[in-house]
Ligand binder design. Structure first.
Ligand code: ADP
Length: 432
């Protein structure tokens, strides 16, 4: 055995004896162990994945979070495992498994970047949908230190915010078009009425008068013609005004719902009083499109806000007529246990299953392009669902592309216990 011959100086020229040297070395080793332990526990405590490879691309260490993110087996995470094996173990679990060239391309790119001291950041999309932000930083000795951050929630929130922002800008385009159309009609009719003598019927009367050809019967008929033309124009103006009023009311409803200020006043209502005006308002439109519009009423009363249920049904039936070119639109009202079901079914273009939730998002339209076939703003269904929920009900859809859609509004048949006066007085009694 060789003699231990190193001498250690304690400074200022004094040299330590063998015992003192041993104590010094032990203390040094203890300090190193403590530092290593501290470093390891710090790395373990990280909320993100941490990994380190040496200059030969062999694993030095990684923390538990790194193992969890990639769901790697213990044996590939032993110090000394080549990077290609660690990465390969994770890649092998991907479905579908990536091509071998893809694997070797990634390994080579990563190494090439670290050789020239370039860091490499990218997002990994895992097979189960998680998104991991990976950052690899080259070290001076040729090694690589990496951080893995799970940014799934952040990415989802970002995508949702982008979609909401797109929906809002699409909506601004749609809304300005929807507002401009009736406004153009109103302005046009107002200008025509201002110059009533330019109307075809007025011109005819004036010409006849100038030619001295106005026997009283003919003059009366010509005046009637003027009145009829003016009344037709006024009707168009009123319809456009009502359309504008409807749009503005929808905007106000969205604002009230978003700020939680929308007040619902439910009472026991006669369903016939709700449904009859819906039929009166929309049967002409359905007839014009050549559709059968049928109402089948098998329930008598519902506990709801009369005006708000009518608003929902007008939106649902209006949509059904708008998106149906042939066949029928049917409104069936039935009672199931303690709920009343209003089913609005059509034989229209249908809605893809991927859109079943989005169509209830405010401003969302399956087609919001300038060339879309049907008008509308994408507010109706969002308002309708909120109104249904505020009344203790729900609004859902089922549909098949090319076959038709069925929207189901459910509302309580009777006053629920929490809304009964005795339940309120019990609550007051409990609180006093
Ligand atoms: P709007 O009808 O004003 O566009 P809605 O919120 O009422 O807004 O409807 C949102 C979207 O849902 C519509 O633009 C349309 O794409 C789709 N939709 C609603 N009802 C139907 C239906 N009965 N058939 C087919 N698509 C529909």
């Amino acid at each position: 055995m060789g003699q231990f011959s190193m001498t250690i100086s304690a400074g200022a020229g004094s040299v330590l004896n063998d015992n003192q040297q041993l104590v010094y070395i032990l203390r040094l080793s203890h300090t190193r162990k403590r530092a290593k332990l501290l470093l390891n526990s710090g790395i373990e405590a990280l909320n993100d994945g941490f990994v380190m490879f040496d200059g030969d691309d062999r694993l030095i260490l990684c923390n538990r979070k790194y193992q969890e993110i990639y769901e790697l087996p213990e044996e590939v995470l032993r110090p000394g495992t080549p990077y290609s094996s660690v990465f390969g173990a994770w890649f092998a679990k991907q479905d579908p498994a990536p091509a071998e060239t893809e694997v070797s391309n990634w390994i080579n790119t990563r190494r090439a970047k670290s050789v020239v001291g370039e860091k490499l950041d990218m997002d990994h999309r895992l097979a189960d949908g998680r998104v991991i932000k990976t950052s690899n930083h080259p070290l001076q000795d040729g090694g690589i230190v990496g951080l893995r951050v799970d940014v799934t929630e952040l990415t989802r929130a970002k995508l949702a915010a982008e979609a909401a922002s797109k929906a809002k800008s699409d909506f601004m385009g749609v809304l300005s078009h929807e507002l401009r159309t009736p406004l153009t009609v109103i302005m046009g009719v107002a200008k025509l009425s201002e110059n009533a003598r330019l109307l075809r019927s007025s011109k005819a009367l004036l010409t006849a008068y100038e030619e001295g050809d106005v026997p009283s019967e003919k003059a009366k008929a010509m005046l009637e013609d003027i009145f009829a033309q003016l009344s037709g124009l006024q009707q168009r103006m009123v319809q456009s005004g009502e359309h504008l009023e409807h749009l503005i009311n929808e905007l106000l409803d969205v604002a009230k719902i978003e700020s939680g200020r929308l007040v619902i006043e439910p009472t026991i209502c006669n369903i016939k009083d709700i449904v009859d005006p819906v039929f009166q308002q929309l049967s002409t439109l359905s007839r014009k499109k050549g559709l059968d519009f049928e109402v089948v009423q098998e329930a008598e009363t519902v506990f709801a806000d009369n005006m708000r249920v009518r608003q929902i049904l007008i939106n649902l039936v209006g949509n059904a007529i708008k998106f149906t070119d042939s066949g029928f639109v049917r409104l069936c009202i039935k009672q199931h246990d303690d709920m009343v079901r209003f089913e609005v079914c059509d034989t229209g273009e249908g809605i893809s299953e991927t859109e079943f939730e989005s169509i209830f998002d405010v401003f969302y339209q399956v087609d919001s392009t300038a060339t879309r076939r049907a008008g509308g703003t994408g507010m109706g269904l969002a308002i309708s669902r909120s109104l249904a929920e505020l009344q203790g009900g729900a609004l859902t859809v089922s549909s098949t592309i090319g076959k038709g859609s069925c929207f189901v509004l459910t509302l309580p048949a009777t006053r629920t216990r929490s809304e009964q006066p005795e339940a309120l007085s019990e609550l007051c009694a409990e609180q006093s």
